[in-house]
Design a protein around this ligand. Structure first.
Ligand code: SAM
Length: 249
């Protein structure tokens, strides 16, 4: 997924549904914490606030820049124990081991499911024995739809208004879904709009593909949920939320 100027709107549309889940899970782990695809750091910074040493990687320099700006402005107390690095989660070497590695908000869900094996192996290589790996992806049931998501509106600091439109298209042939996302920003009472567009493509990832990639990377699955309230995954679930452990090789 590529992110341009609309990165500035990310936090306002975040539902924070997963925040409690990842915070609680972090509390059950020990050691340093790594987030893959850290974005604006809305989860990682909260985990750092709990006193953990944290690292976040993202392949978008713009995201890392915005995350650093946000840390400076709103989380000054964590700058000594949080590192933000531009790196590709498909292949990275941080030279550091972590007790908890996670990827939230479908950040591992690129345009090909073939990448999962390498990605999980890179994550496992950075984990201590007994360490925890967790992630979520949009479920096949959720992605195999062609829909227009109802527009949502948010007020930004300074009184500006932004409206988000999402069109989702399912391509049965190659088992992918494409998202066209449009943000329209304006100042109330004025007629001029600024428009920002994003496009994203996501491969459909099934539980079987996940289990194969986990096995390949030497990770064993401890739980597979269908949402962030820990309900079991079923075919109609909108999410696949996985918790795995690095076991002895
Ligand atoms: C949907 S956002 C989620 C951000 C954050 N995890 C959160 O929960 O708010 C996905 C993030 O993953 C990053 N990303 C996508 N592909 C990546 C890759 N191959 N390596 C590193 N980061 C990647 C994007 O730049 C983006 O910041």
């Amino acid at each position: 997924m590529s992110y341009g100027r609309s990165v500035q709107f990310d936090d306002y549309f975040d539902t924070r549904a997963s925040l409690r889940f990842y915070l609680d899970l972090a509390g059950e782990t020990a050691g340093d914490v790594l987030e893959l695809g850290v974005g604006m750091g809305h989860l990682l910074f909260e985990i750092a606030e709990q006193g953990r040493d944290v690292w976040g990687i993202d392949d978008s320099p713009e995201m890392i820049r915005e995350a650093k700006r946000k840390r400076r402005n709103y989380y000054p107390g964590i700058s000594g124990r949080s590192r933000l690095v531009v790196a590709d989660m498909l292949s990275f070497d941080l030279g550091h081991q972590f007790g908890f590695v996670y990827a939230a908000s479908s950040s591992i869900q690129g345009d090909s499911a073939d990448d999962l094996r390498g990605l999980f192996r890179s994550a496992a290589d950075h984990m201590t024995e007994g360490g925890t790996f967790a992630f979520d992806v949009m479920s096949p049931h959720n992605l195999r739809r062609t829909i227009n998501v109802p527009p949502e509106e948010r007020e930004l600091p300074g009184g500006r208004i932004v409206i988000r439109f999402i069109a989702q298209s399912y391509f049965e042939g190659d088992e992918t879904a494409a998202f066209n996302i449009l943000y329209k920003e304006h100042i109330p009472g004025r007629t001029k709009y600024d428009t920002y567009r994003e496009e994203a493509e996501m491969a459909i990832i099934t539980p079987d593909v996940i289990d194969d990639a986990l096995r390949y990377a030497g990770l064993s699955r401890k739980a597979m949920y269908g949402d962030f309230n820990k309900n079991p995954y079923i075919e109609e679930s909108m999410w696949i939320v996985v918790v795995a452990e690095k076991t002895e090789a």
